[in-house]
Design a protein around this ligand. Structure first.
Ligand SMILES: Cc1ncc(COP(=O)(O)O)c(C=O)c1O
Length: 468
């Protein structure tokens, strides 16, 4: 978000008008348009198009962005479908019943992929992304806990959620917005992810659930869902508390079923009541799509579902937003049909092979120490080897790589390791072995440049380039 004060700072330096290149200006047309004031009059569509097109051209090159998890390429058929369906509103299930039917097919397929006990009789929904999906999962946990507590005549004043300090910001938002205490379990060198260790110190009668992440944003590592469930089993044996798990599978929800099919992290683990994933990450769809699925109908309290009639018909809805694009849902269905299990397996395994190749080469470089190797989701992080240099750090390297077009963020790890800086690569579909080799050549050049320095680089004003 650009605040008024940052905008004011920008405005002091930049002209307050957008200039139209004389090549595109028609006779008699304005050659300047205001940047921040509402335009007083009309422009020709060609002119308005050219201005927006030129502005958007200044964005980075998505192919070289090794920071983001979000899909940046789809084939021509998908693009055709997207433009055909650009006008469809997902909420308007009465006007677009077929898009609604496709949405149901998609989350039912996900329930199948994630081993729901009876996948044709469960419940789920599409969302705008994993953040909204996580909020819905969290709200269902909170409501189930409240209902059980009220039935026992107990207080519902102080709900808490147990989660790793390495959760994505959407969980911090959930706890803040919906007034749930976040009980963070710190990561450490011994416990690199939430693994059930010491869980009994965090869980109590006010715990609405535990979040397990399949593909931690900071590093790409899986949290061992079975191990967390076993720790909760032990807690139940000693205290009687029956605490459920929501799996944040924003990335891993679309990797593990194909790359690690025998790993039990999903509804095969009985304590798992809900799972979210991002259709727009390893679901391979353009931005604007998430999914959440519950284990069975009982796992989603009925009173959270609203029924509206003002668009015609009787429409159940469980979402934070009302209107939202329907085209992404059709694109997801296209990808499911297009690739199926074998196709997704081939695509995801290819990304994983590239990640393992890259992490293997980076591990050989004396400057670095790997945190993980990308064998869970195709994402990995590394740190500067202790004692390697006093002259530069990973923020400098990130800046140097940016001059070659590569976006590879450096950022501090969360508590208890904020003094540890890492750099991370997210390998996505389209990042080929060829591109990986080109990246490695640039990485080696930049490290050689930095290693040849005879004095330290300045460190003032360095900031994290973390991308979710
Ligand atoms: C583990 C995890 N959860 C949730 C999110 C939020 O997902 P979205 O961007 O789809 O809202 C991310 C995004 O990177 C993530 O990595």
């Amino acid at each position: 978000m650009v605040t008024n004060s940052t905008r004011a700072a920008h405005r002091a330096e930049e002209p307050g008008v957008v200039e139209l290149n004389p090549i595109f200006a028609r006779p008699g047309e304005a050659t300047e348009l205001p940047k921040y004031d509402f335009p007083p009059g009309e422009s020709l569509p060609e002119t308005a198009y050219q201005i927006v097109h030129d502005e958007a051209m200044l964005d980075g090159n998505a192919r070289l962005n090794l920071a983001t998890f979000v899909g940046t390429w789809m084939d021509d058929h998908a693009v055709r479908l997207m433009s055909e369906a650009a006008d469809k509103n997902m909420i308007d299930k009465d006007e677009y019943p077929q898009t609604a039917a496709v949405e149901t097919r998609c989350w039912t397929m996900l329930a199948d992929l994630w081993h729901a006990p009876d996948h044709e009789h469960t419940i789920g929904t599409s969302t705008i992304g994993s953040s909204e999906a996580a909020m819905l999962g969290g709200l269902a946990l909170k409501r189930r806990w409240q209902t059980a507590r009220r039935a026992e005549g107990k207080s519902t004043d102080r709900p808490n959620l147990v989660l790793s300090t390495a959760v994505q910001v959407c969980w911090e938002k959930f706890c803040n917005y919906f007034e749930v205490e976040a009980r963070y379990v710190p990561i450490s060198l011994e416990h690199k992810v939430l693994d059930g260790h010491d869980l009994e110190s965090y869980v109590d009668e006010n715990t609405i659930g535990v979040v397990a992440i399949m593909g931690v944003t900071y590093t790409g590592m899986y949290e061992p869902v079975t191990q967390i469930a076993e720790a909760l089993d032990r807690i139940q044996e000693s205290t009687g508390l029956d605490v459920k798990i929501h799996v944040d599978g924003a990335s891993g929800g679309m990797i593990a079923p194909f790359v690690q099919p025998d790993l039990a992290w999903d509804f095969r683990v009985e304590r798992v009541v809900s799972i979210n994933t991002s259709g727009h990450k390893y679901g391979l769809v353009y931005p604007g799509l998430g999914w959440v699925v519950w284990r069975d109908l009982e796992s989603l309290p009925e009173e959270l579902i609203f029924r509206v009639s003002y668009l015609g018909g009787d429409m159940p809805t469980f979402a934070l937003n009302f209107s939202r694009p329907g085209s992404q849902v059709l694109l997801q269905y296209y990808m499911f049909l297009r690739l199926g299990r074998t196709g997704y397996t081939a695509v995801q395994e290819n990304s994983r092979n590239v990640a393992l190749f890259l992490s293997g080469e980076i591990a050989k470089m004396p400057a670095f120490e790997l945190w993980n190797d990308g064998s869970d989701i195709p994402v990995f992080a590394w740190a500067l080897r202790e004692g390697h240099t006093q002259n530069w750090n990973l923020y400098h390297l990130s800046d140097r790589l940016r001059t070659k077009g590569w976006l590879v963020p450096a950022y501090p790890m969360p508590d208890d390791l904020p003094e540890l800086t890492v750099q991370r690569i997210v390998v996505r579909n389209g990042f080929s072995h060829d591109l990986a080799a080109a990246f490695l050549a640039d990485l080696r050049d930049e490290v050689a440049y930095l290693d040849a320095l005879t004095g330290p680089m300045p460190t003032e004003g360095q900031r994290s380039g973390f991308h979710h």
